[in-house]
Design a protein around this ligand. Structure first.
Ligand code: HSE
Length: 339
């Protein structure tokens, strides 16, 4: 058996469920002739009450101790402050990183891109939570020139809109989404569209342009806070429910990205219920492809983190950006009415 030293940064919603899956999947690691040895679990408060499967003796606030003998770092702390320092340090030391941190990927790309190009960054969990998106875009669909992509990439806003359609208030629905572990630590990131913009930026770099600028996506992002309850209900009654959609398409010879609430055309797969996410992709070779599945939640997302760990153990590199910019396509594109 190979012993693999894994450092876990963060034991919040996703980190706790990742530890649960680690404790339940010994057979899978055995089949890969590997024993995972956790070097430590970096947390803010080791005294906080946690489920029984969390090894309490490994909880620490000492980042140096956790990273000292690490051969792989799993970063699930989120944010772009301390997480960036630690991820940067690990990568600089030649230690591969698995992360679900879309904010970090979107906003600190100048630092991270060289490592992603070297296959040292694994980030399936960063987009669409537990459902496949990153590996599909970075691999399966790379034989295509992308023509357009539209995604419902934030589970919290979909959940809120679905609940508002059923007559619940915005505040009530947001509180439920927080309780279920869907929302970001600061839910403004969800409802203002920033989380969806982070994810669209990651996707754009995988399929269209490895340098796609975060600032451009951010500048073209609008959230759902201005929507009125009766407007949301009426749109759903008419069969064109409102969803926060992130789009990538061509305009005047350039790639464009934007995030905004739209009325989804009748019967279109982007009309996702609850926490479901969806991506509608059109490529020049394959035509239309739809990916759909849970886009948030601790356990679902932890499944994707674990998949990255298996991938790494099996010797596959991480997710690399598009090798070069792809020419921006001319329309026509899916018509989506903004609200
Ligand atoms: N807050 C995010 C969402 C979590 O609601 O989609 C998953 O990235």
């Amino acid at each position: 058996m190979e012993r693999l030293n894994v450092a876990l940064l963060g034991a919040g919603t996703v980190g706790t469920q990742f530890l649960k899956l680690l404790s339940e999947r010994e057979d899978r690691f055995e089949a890969l002739a590997t024993t995972v040895n956790l070097t430590g679990i970096l947390v803010r408060n080791p005294e906080r009450e946690r489920p029984e499967w969390v090894p309490k003796n490994l909880l620490t606030t000492d980042a140096e101790a956790v990273l000292r003998d690490a051969e792989v770092v799993v970063e699930l702390m989120g944010g772009t402050g301390r997480a960036l320092e630690l991820v940067d340090y690990a990568l600089g030391e030649g230690i591969p990183v698995i992360t679900a941190n879309k904010a970090l990927l979107a906003e600190a790309w100048d630092d991270l891109k060289p490592y992603a190009e070297d296959g040292m960054l694994y980030y399936e969990a960063a987009v669409m939570g537990g459902s496949p998106a990153v590996e599909v875009m970075a691999g399966s669909l790379r034989g295509n020139y992308p023509l357009e992509l539209h995604g419902v990439l934030n589970g919290t806003t979909s959940y809120i809109l679905s609940r508002m359609e059923a007559g619940h208030s915005f505040g009530e629905a947001l509180a439920e989404a927080q309780e279920k572990g869907y929302a970001e630590a600061d839910p403004l990131f969800d409802v203002a569209g920033i989380d969806a913009a982070h994810k669209l930026t990651v996707l754009a770099r995988l399929i269209a342009d490895p340098e796609f600028p975060w600032e451009e996506v951010r500048a073209n992002t609008k959230g759902i806070t201005h929507l009125k309850a009766d407007e949301v209900m009426q749109a759903a009654d008419r069969g064109t429910p409102i969803r926060l959609v992130a789009s990538l398409y061509g305009e005047e010879g350039r790639w464009r990205a934007k995030v905004r609430p739209v009325k989804v055309p009748k019967g279109h797969p982007l009309a996702t219920p609850g926490v479901q996410n969806a991506i509608f992709f059109r490529g020049d070779a394959v035509g239309e492809v739809v990916l759909t599945g849970p886009g948030a939640g601790g356990l679902a997302t932890a499944g994707a983190v674990l998949a990255d760990l298996f991938r790494l153990i099996e010797g596959y590199p991480g997710h690399s950006p598009a090798p070069a910019p792809v020419p921006a396509p001319a329309g026509p594109f899916l018509e989506l009415e903004e609200v």
